[in-house]
Design a protein around this ligand. Structure first.
Ligand SMILES: *Cc1c(COP(=O)(O)O)cnc(C)c1O
Length: 438
């Protein structure tokens, strides 16, 4: 087990030890995100080992569009799954190949499709006939050809992901029973050619058996829909649902039985697969690849009593972490930070000897009662100036937060490789005038 895995297994926040994190907080200030490239490589290697041999793995850039994160995962041989021109720009600035990207999403505009094609993207997930026809037109406009996967809304799965995407009326994909529409989608449209199917049924499926059921079901649905349309797929993108702890300590789960289960299911659907080819399979996740690589450093600004409750006010709120939790999306506000102790002998001591943990409300600095990171956290002797580390915040951290709300500066994003600082940057929101006379 590498040091990173060992640290995660111990519930230590992220890749660095306490002294290392404390030094980063002193050097760059807080709030700050720390992303560890070594932990990204480790997560990518582990997940690939848990997938059937030969499967492609895509990194869903929306989880963390930091170019060094995208670059590291592309360097591990992962394709990118993107759904905006901004994410495409992240892929380009990472130096990753646009030709390897899969462009997805329910609302692709003609301008966006042309921009993606001009940049070299050649594979799209199409959601509907209108979406496919827009792709074909964008190909003609740009003098390019493209492949597409038909995104399916399959039957209801059996597991409970934290955020179900299919199995009910949804904006995503084409219903698996919509025979006529599917027959048309599986027919080439000039320069746009169907090559396979795309499903994404749920995210963050915590029970590994439920995850296997979900993926087997995605496979069965994809095969059945393609067969009944008389279509021979080259690629089945089965989506994901790979879980990861979020904003609390805990190890990244592994799936030791998954590769065998899925390989057996593939053999059953495609006897002789291997000799005569059979379709390739692909999986996608952002969360599972990046969650463990990120640690949010934050400082206690104030500790207040009100009535019978203690409020610990942090310099990081929903502007920095979990901003979408108020929408009931992505995560419940149950952030569990870990006090970061300075290196031995360092002064001043910011944390005394551990005492009995107290139940406190962890709140951010924003002027709204909605800025709560955890209404009931156990924290030992919180005091102003103390640095806390929130582990497992590499996915849906900054990118899924209310960065513009209350007009505070964005946290610094520090990238490390093990103990070496590789880069530091800070996002800014910029105002640009728009010509009102044009
Ligand atoms: C969001 C999304 C993903 C990634 O989900 P994770 O929870 O990060 O694994 C993958 N594919 C599609 C189509 C998505 O919309």
């Amino acid at each position: 087990m590498s040091p990173v895995t060992a640290a995660l297994a111990d519930g230590v926040p992220g890749p660095l030890d306490h002294a290392g994190l404390h030094a980063l907080a002193e050097r760059f200030g807080t709030p700050a995100y720390v992303y560890d490239l070594a932990a990204l490589r480790e997560a990518a290697d582990a997940l690939r080992a848990d997938l059937p041999a030969g499967a492609a793995l895509l990194y869903s850039v929306k989880a963390n569009p930091h170019p060094l994160v995208v670059r590291e995962l592309a360097g591990c041989g992962l394709r990118s799954e993107i759904s905006s021109l901004g994410e495409l720009a992240a892929v380009r600035s990472a130096g990753a190949r646009c030709a390897d990207a899969l462009y997805t999403g329910p609302g692709k505009t003609p301008g966006e499709l042309r921009g993606a094609l001009d940049a070299g993207v050649r594979q799209f997930s199409v959601e509907s006939l209108a979406d496919r026809d827009r792709l074909a037109r964008a190909c003609r406009d740009t003098g390019t050809r493209a492949e597409y996967l038909v995104r399916l809304n399959g039957p209801r799965g059996s597991s409970g992901g934290s955020l179900r995407m299919t199995g009910r009326p949804t904006a995503f994909g084409t219903d698996w029973q919509a025979r006529e529409e599917l027959a048309a989608l599986f027919t080439p449209a000039g320069p746009a050619r169907p090559v396979g199917t795309h499903t994404f049924s749920a995210t963050n499926v915590e029970d590994p058996r439920a995850l296997a059921v979900e993926l087997r079901q995605a496979l069965a649905t994809s095969v059945e829909v393609a067969r009944s349309a008389g279509f021979v797929p080259e690629l089945l993108d089965l989506g994901g649902g790979f879980p990861a702890p979020m904003a609390r300590p805990g190890p990244l789960p592994r799936f030791p039985a998954l590769a065998g289960t899925l390989a057996a299911a593939l053999d059953a659907h495609f006897p002789g697969r291997g000799q005569d080819g059979g379709p390739g399979v692909a999986f996608e996740t952002g969360r599972h690849l990046t969650a463990a690589a990120g640690t949010l450093l934050t400082t206690v600004v104030d500790v207040k009593r009100s009535g019978d409750r203690t409020f610990v006010v942090l310099d990081a709120g929903v502007n920095v972490l979990g901003g979408m939790s108020g929408l009931g999306r992505l995560m419940a506000p149950r952030t569990v930070p870990v006090p970061v102790l300075p290196a031995e002998g360092a002064r001043p001591p910011i944390a005394p000897a551990p005492s009995r943990a107290e139940r406190v409300s962890l709140v951010g600095p924003l002027c709204t009662p909605l800025d709560v990171l955890n209404p009931a956290a156990d924290l030992a002797d919180p005091r102003p100036g103390q640095v806390l580390a929130v582990p497992n915040t590499g996915a849906y951290g900054l990118t899924a937060s209310l960065l513009g709300f209350l007009s505070r500066p964005a946290p610094v994003e520090i990238t490390v490789d093990g103990r070496t600082v590789v880069s530091a940057r800070q996002l800014t929101l910029r105002t640009t005038g728009v010509d009102i006379h044009a």
